[in-house]
Design a protein around this ligand. Structure first.
Ligand code: SF4
Length: 485
């Protein structure tokens, strides 16, 4: 493995160069994603996870029992509740700094879930996945790599399980087994930050049946492995990155999602962490999604940016003291802290697993994510309310820079006398970026569907809502005595 010794965000960006990935965007092959103006903002967002580790070491690094050194927290296995909580605090901070999805949490949540699941597979099946995983984690920590977690299959006909699909490639599966390892075929959709990663971990997306052993594959492979193609997803207004800097709204940072297609890509034996143990797929999916659903406190960090932008446009419009404006900002804060409170509560309530790694509270994690699916939309509505209609009718930066129309726009787009027109335009473009534009992908639709669509959380909440226990409480206080005979 190449020694990357990455320390800074800039080191990380340089480590992505020259990898010769097969990446397509808008019908063209992208030879160097680092230099592509539409892709670069997502790379910048990932790079912040490196710089934060240097700027705020207590928050974004942890002492590794594997290397005996401080490592990036995104690569650390949490072995007490406080460390699970610190993941959330780091995520909120990064949301504040980037105003978007910084993409590195999926790998963190995958490693933490796999750590306990591989331990339990080995205990029952006498396999050696856990030791392999520990070796892999140690290598990743040493090289400070980015790991993308690839779970969501494209799923084909949703009424049919993997083994009944007309095309078996609708779910990632083993296409060939050799003495050295396995070859995999299929595709993973909506893959956050995958092109900006160094490694991918593939995992099954749902509970599998005993005859679906070829779909029960978990393993790691380098992003540049042979047989992998990436097709970058469009984001609303992504080509604004090719226009003026004001037009982008948040010119520096964005998220990234792509479709990954695996055409007989190879995973060697030492990087396989599950191979056919279908009875453990539900445990893996549930543990991974629990971690990742409370990781959505990242949206409270982005929400802090949106609240700040809404308060700023109110200020620039000269209405910051109006009571109904203050009340809307209070409402936004109340909503935003509700996301944070449920996520961090899930982390505080973490319990130890038999591997020694801690697992967050699954019920509260699902409550957090369900709140995220709604709250961000209400926050966006309030921000647009405070921004006013100019948010969607404002002329372009090119018109503002034009000698002919520029002076007119300078005059007529001004709000408060002492605030430059350009500042007002910039903050409006940021609100547009977060609620309608490129980073609305991360703030809104990703909040709805990322880490499972709303119904997926409701199913988990239903499983854990303890209705019988609650009925007993009520009946006791109501003086109801029931005999079940
Ligand atoms: Fe992290 Fe949030 Fe992006 Fe998921 S959506 S990878 S939790 S920043």
């Amino acid at each position: 493995m190449k020694d990357r010794k990455i320390l800074t965000g800039e080191d990380y960006i340089q480590s992505l160069r020259g990898r010769k990935l097969k990446v397509f965007l808008m019908g063209e092959q992208v030879n160097e994603p680092v230099d592509h103006p539409v892709m670069r903002p997502s790379i910048n967002a990932m790079a912040r996870t490196y710089d934060l580790a240097l700027e705020e070491s207590d928050l974004a690094t942890a002492m590794s029992p594997f290397t005996g050194e401080r490592v990036n927290r995104f690569l650390h296995i949490a072995t007490n509740a406080e460390e699970v909580v610190l993941q959330n605090k780091m995520q909120r901070r990064l949301g504040q700094l980037t105003g978007t999805c910084f993409q590195r949490c999926v790998g963190m949540d995958a490693l933490n879930a796999l750590y306990s699941v591989t331990y339990e597979i080995d205990a029952q099946r006498h396999t050696s996945y856990h030791a392999r995983l520990k070796e892999f984690i140690q290598q990743m920590q040493y090289h400070n790599t980015v790991i993308g977690g690839a779970m969501t299959d494209v799923k084909g006909d949703r009424s049919k399980p993997p083994s009944q699909q007309a095309d078996p490639d609708m779910y990632l599966h083993i296409s060939k087994r050799t003495k050295e390892g396995v070859y995999i075929r299929g595709a993973k959709a909506h893959q956050t930050g995958c092109i900006n990663s160094h490694w991918l971990i593939v995992m099954p997306t749902l509970r599998l049946q005993p005859d679906e052993v070829d779909y029960a594959i978990v393993g790691a492979l380098p992003v540049e492995a042979e047989g992998i193609t990436y097709v970058v997803g469009r984001q609303s207004c992504d080509t604004r990155s090719l226009e003026g800097e004001i037009e982008a709204g948040n010119a520096e940072f964005s998220g990234q999602e792509a479709l990954i297609i695996f055409e007989d890509a190879f995973i060697p034996n030492n990087l396989i962490f599950m191979n056919g143990e279908t009875e453990f797929t539900a445990m893996l999916v549930e543990r991974f999604t629990a971690f990742h659903r409370r990781s959505y406190v990242c949206k409270s960090g982005v929400g802090d940016v949106l609240i700040g932008a809404a308060a700023t446009i109110a200020d620039y419009n000269g209405v910051e003291k109006a009571s109904h404006i203050r009340d809307k900002l209070v409402e936004m804060t109340l909503l935003n802290e509700t996301i944070y409170a449920t996520g961090i509560a899930a982390s505080y309530q973490s319990q130890v697993t038999s591997s020694g790694a801690y697992l967050c509270d699954e019920l509260l994690a699902n409550v957090c994510k369900q709140q995220v699916t709604r709250i961000t939309y209400e926050m966006a509505r309030l921000a647009q309310d405070l921004a006013g209609g100019l948010l969607v009718t404002m002329p372009s930066e090119a018109d503002y820079r034009s000698v002919e129309t520029g002076p007119m726009l300078e005059k007529y787009l001004r709000g408060r006398e002492d605030v430059p027109t350009e500042s007002r335009m910039r903050i409006l473009r940021l609100i547009e970026n977060l609620t309608l534009g490129r980073n609305a992908v991360g703030y809104l639709t990703e909040s709805l569907h990322g880490a499972g669509s709303p119904q997926a959380q409701r199913i988990q909440i239903q499983r854990q809502m303890q209705l019988e226990f609650k009925q007993q409480l009520a009946k006791k206080l109501a003086g109801i005595e029931e005999s079940r005979s």
